[in-house]
Design a protein around this ligand. Structure first.
Ligand code: GLU
Length: 291
């Protein structure tokens, strides 16, 4: 686990503005905030608004208001990915120049026929709007030690193949943007939901190719409903109530495996959070799904 005090610690919370903040996002926000505040470090906020078609109007502002109502204060200005295209382009240009990236003319249907995973180009004709992909040679295995999930290994060629950096419609892919931003913002520790565990090997590959340092990773348990379904697919994906933050904050604290007695008797988010920082025990966070 991370040392208790580390003023050089830089963490972040990076929601996508696809709707109101739900309980799973609150868990990621609170978890990443607690790690950063316990270390006496920084907690940055980055709106991952890369995908206008999936974005819900007003969602980003709503999420920021909700975080404020929950007392989760960030450091510095909010970063908006939509304004950072030049940084992503620069990284893509470097990956093209070093031979790590290539233009891909495959159509979706041709790829689907080839099993859906891109291992080599199956395009029959060039297209005017090729996607840009990161080349993953066969046998590319990545392993890392996650602070919560333990050792994680992936054969990236087998699991995902050559992955997209910029889509055929010109939109930037999450994998590239997140690596560029974590690098540019000097993030030392990524604390986020375990749904992104399988993305991490791709991000480690990109960091290597771009000469960026790898942050440490801690993937928080997924929240599931009573039947074990992922929260996003169940009724439990209800937005948290910014008008009544205490019940959701208490529930998030417990979902992180923390002792409810440590925050008992607190009557406002700032009071709860103050006690939470000193009582927080990272080692108590469960790896597995929580209900
Ligand atoms: N924007 C991503 C999401 O909301 C999170 C990205 C990350 O934390 O790396 O799922």
């Amino acid at each position: 686990m991370t040392p208790a005090r580390d003023p050089g610690y830089r963490g972040r919370f990076a929601p996508s503005p696809t709707g109101p903040l739900h309980f799973g996002s609150l868990l990621a926000a609170l978890g990443s905030w607690l790690f950063a505040r316990r270390a006496g470090g920084q907690w940055l906020l980055r709106v991952e608004d890369l995908d206008p078609p999936r974005e819900v109007a007003g969602a980003a502002r709503g999420q920021l208001r909700t975080l404020a109502a929950f007392g989760l204060e960030h450091d510095g200005e909010v970063t908006w990915q939509h304004a950072r295209g030049a940084l992503y382009q620069d990284a893509l240009d470097r990956l093209l120049a070093s031979g790590h990236a290539f233009a891909c003319h495959c159509s979706r249907s041709a790829l689907a026929q080839a099993g859906g995973v891109h291992r080599h180009c199956v395009a029959s004709a060039p297209r005017p709007d090729p996607a840009l992909r990161f080349r993953v040679p066969p046998g590319t295995r990545i392993a890392f030690d996650d602070a919560i999930q333990g050792r994680f290994e992936q054969d990236v060629g087998e699991a995902v193949g050559d992955f997209v950096l910029r889509r055929a419609d010109g939109l930037w892919a999450y994998q590239l943007a997140v690596v560029v931003d974590d690098g540019e913002q000097g993030i030392t520790e990524v604390v986020r939901g375990a749904d992104l565990l399988e993305s991490t090997p791709r991000q480690l590959l990109l960091q290597r190719a771009l000469g960026l340092p790898a942050p440490r990773y801690a993937h928080l348990p997924l929240v599931v409903d009573a039947d074990g379904h992922k929260l996003s697919k169940s009724l439990a994906a209800r937005p948290v109530d910014a008008g009544d933050p205490m019940p959701a904050l208490r529930a998030a604290w417990q979902a992180l495996g923390q002792d409810p007695r440590a925050i008992a008797g607190t009557a406002s988010p700032p009071a709860l959070l103050r006690q939470a920082i000193t009582a927080f025990i990272p080692e108590a966070i469960p790896a597995g799904p929580v209900r």
